[in-house]
Design a protein around this ligand. Structure first.
Ligand code: NOJ
Length: 560
């Protein structure tokens, strides 16, 4: 069990189990595979694991449509196996965080099956039913309302049709949520990541909405809704009894709104996953995708760093199961050429991206495969993709474009790129399984794999280890004051972390060519020592010089 505030010094590894490691030879990742790989996870230098949902689910949204909150999906093992993983993780000093998905359930959850039966059923008000729909859009599949023949009414689904929204205004539903929390906390888990938690309170009367984004009409009526902080306080109370911590996922939340969850009287969460820095290429809104913009990224980073400083605590992440691979988005993969198996500066940009976020103030999260620099997959037909939102986007937007153009959008934006099997070695199926895996393996697995990178001291994998180890042993890199330099520079992201006399200066080039780097005037005269660089050797003599493609350096600075 976690004691308060420990999470500030920690870092976490996210496991999306279906593609992590198959331990029982059926082509699907599972808890046996996780058990086997726990020492590897530990070797990265992280302090815990966040499990994306491992519960029974029909997989309309790969685990985020839950049909039983207190059990394990048979594809992944059973509760006994989960307990073994938990015990082993704790033995290794790794905490375990579960995903709490309570904005919606699966339509195959027994509560929904009952609720559909009629208005006098005890579960009738567990969901949001109406005789007439409003104009809201769902985020995954067309309109937000689906007619149910059995009940003779429409139900609300903010995500896929198979994900009906729970009615959190019903106190019985909130009691169910608390009982789920207690179930896993009694077993010994250490915390929760709470899925789209800022959507759980809908405005009374469910009024029609205005277009927020083209595909999110109604969002202003359910995002950070009227009773959100009351409901969150109820859940917080349970977590407080156990001393566990909570991280909320806050899509589209501004930093000002986030602070209401993270500080003051309404504090209910310890951290929040924000989305601002994931918009530097507008990928979330596929229909207006634009080239990556470093200035946008830096603004988002700095906005959150400054606003939370001294008041709340950031999460730091670049990848998760909802975003394509970061090297393909913000690294050299942007200049994709079908002639190359991996981007030209795959290694350099992969390592630079690690340094760009791990040394900010906050708790770093690393998503499975990110630490070895996995990249996006390019499948040849939309029918090969399995993610519901990728399919909807393909079939909804830009219908006048050619098939190739539409597929290209999917190549750069699909969540499926984050969900290909982890590449463990260069044997068949990338060492993920002994049989054909449930989903396509990226064909660059002969180069991009854990085994090869273990053997290479200059690999992306070993660079992640170095970054995490450096952060772990420095109070300045954990708690120090953040400051950004040259915010208008289009190629360089430069920031410092300071505490007392100690200062670290982190410089990251996002350019695929050499760039001249200025040195901040007010730091001139300080002594500087290079302590980390993403190029193997040759410390350049002067910082006031040129940076190689995607070069990243960390200096320790001292007053002379
Ligand atoms: C956010 C989750 O991260 C995503 O994977 C899921 O599809 C939606 N919430 C709906 O649960």
């Amino acid at each position: 069990m976690s004691s308060r505030e420990e999470y500030k010094t920690e870092s976490y590894y996210q496991i999306w189990i279906r593609s992590f490691k198959d331990g029982n030879g059926d082509g699907i990742g599972d808890l046996y595979g996780v058990y086997e790989k726990l020492p590897y996870v530990k070797s990265l230098g992280v302090d815990g694991i966040w499990f994306s949902p491992v519960y029974p689910s029909p997989n309309a949204d790969f685990g985020y449509d839950i049909s039983d909150y207190k059990n394990i999906h048979p594809d992944y093992g059973d509760l006994d196996q989960f307990k073994k993983v938990l015990e082993k993780a704790h033995e290794l000093g790794l905490k375990v965080i579960m995903d709490l998905v309570v904005n919606h359930t699966s339509d195959e959850h027994p509560w929904f099956i009952e609720s559909r039966k009629g208005k006098d059923n005890p579960y009738s008000d567990y969901y949001i039913w109406r005789d007439r729909p409003n104009n809201w859009d769902s985020l995954f599949e067309g309109k937000a309302w689906e007619y149910d023949n059995k009940r003779g009414q429409y139900y609300l689904h903010l995500f896929a049709k198979k994900q009906p929204d729970l009615n959190m205004d019903n106190p019985k539903v909130r009691e169910e949520v608390k009982s789920i929390l207690r179930f896993w906390l009694d077993m010994g888990v250490d915390g929760f990541r709470e899925d789209v938690i800022n959507f759980i309170s809908k405005r009374e009367g469910l009024p029609d909405g205005f277009p927020f984004l083209p595909a999110a009409k109604g969002m202003s009526h359910y995002k950070d809704g009227p009773h959100i902080h009351e409901y969150m306080a109820e859940f917080r109370k349970v977590c407080d009894e156990y001393g566990c911590f909570q991280i909320g996922e806050g899509p589209m939340t501004s930093v000002g709104t986030a602070l209401k969850y993270l500080s003051g009287d309404t504090k209910s969460l310890d951290m929040m996953f924000s989305f601002d820095h994931m918009m530097a290429d507008c990928l979330y809104t596929e229909y207006i995708h634009r080239p990556f913009d470093l200035i946008k990224l830096k603004k988002a980073f700095t906005r959150w760093q400054n606003a939370l400083n001294g008041k709340a605590w950031n999460t730091l992440y670049l990848e998760n199961h909802d975003h394509p691979r970061i090297i393909s988005r913000y690294g050299d993969g942007r200049y994709f050429s079908p002639k190359r198996k991996i981007p030209k500066y795959w290694k350099e940009s992969g390592k630079m991206l690690a340094a760009s976020y791990i040394f900010q103030q906050g708790t770093p999260f690393i998503y499975q495969g990110q630490e070895i620099g996995m990249t996006n997959i390019r499948l040849s037909s939309i029918d090969d993709y399995v993610d519901v939102s990728s399919k909807t986007n393909y079939h909804t937007y830009h219908l006048k474009d050619t098939v190739e153009e539409r597929l290209h959008r999917i190549h750069i934006s699909s969540r499926d790129s984050a969900r290909t099997p982890v590449q463990w070695d260069d044997s068949a199926h990338a060492g993920f399984s002994t049989v054909t895996p449930w989903f396509y393996v990226n064909q660059n697995y002969d180069v991009v794999n854990v085994r090869a990178e273990e053997d290479d001291p200059d690999s992306i994998l070993n660079f992640y280890r170095k970054c995490l180890a450096l952060r772990k042993k420095s109070r300045t890199l954990i708690y120090g004051q953040y400051r950004e330099y040259f915010p208008r520079d289009r190629h360089i992201y430069m920031y410092s972390r300071t505490m007392g006399d100690v200062m670290y200066l982190i410089i990251c080039s996002f350019a695929r060519h050499r760039v001249h780097v200025k040195f901040p005037k007010d730091l001139k005269g300080m002594k500087k020592k290079l302590i980390l660089c993403n190029y193997p050797e040759n410390e350049p003599k002067d910082i006031n010089g040129h940076f190689r493609p995607y070069e990243a350096r960390v200096y320790r600075m001292k007053k002379s």
